[in-house]
Write a new protein. Structure first.
Length: 121
């Protein structure tokens, strides 16, 4: 018998598969969502958190909803330091400034409503 035949127990139907959508966990609310709904934060020189809009900066990153409540919750829980594996206190001023600018320029777009491509990015 062949390796993929009916006796093997495998089903090789030609069903369409759903595209894979990468998921990440928000460090603020701990919700697991497609990565296109989150923003990646990285550690910049000097212990400062910076927004990585392209999600391509080298090194470890932390993912968070672009929502003031999630950022505040992550700060309160000290989740940024754990996610980035640093013990020193982190300055999130750049994140707050980016968030304020984003909310002031596009208040009609609620957090997590960006369109996604087939890759989740």
């Amino acid at each position: 018998m062949s390796a993929g035949g009916p006796a093997s127990g495998r089903n090789f139907c030609t069903l369409a598969r759903a595209p894979h959508v990468p998921e990440r966990t928000c460090v603020g609310c701990r919700e697991r969502v497609p990565r296109a709904q989150l923003v990646r934060l990285v550690l910049a020189p000097g212990g400062v958190l910076d927004v990585d809009l392209r999600a391509a900066a080298p090194g470890r990153g932390a993912w968070i909803h672009p929502d003031p409540q999630c950022v505040a919750r992550a700060e309160r829980r000290r989740a940024f330091g754990r996610a980035l594996r640093v013990s020193a206190p982190l300055d999130s001023d750049l994140v707050w400034r980016w968030l304020a600018g984003r909310l002031s320029t596009d208040p009609a777009v609620p957090p997590g409503s960006r369109p996604t491509d087939g890759k989740g990015g």
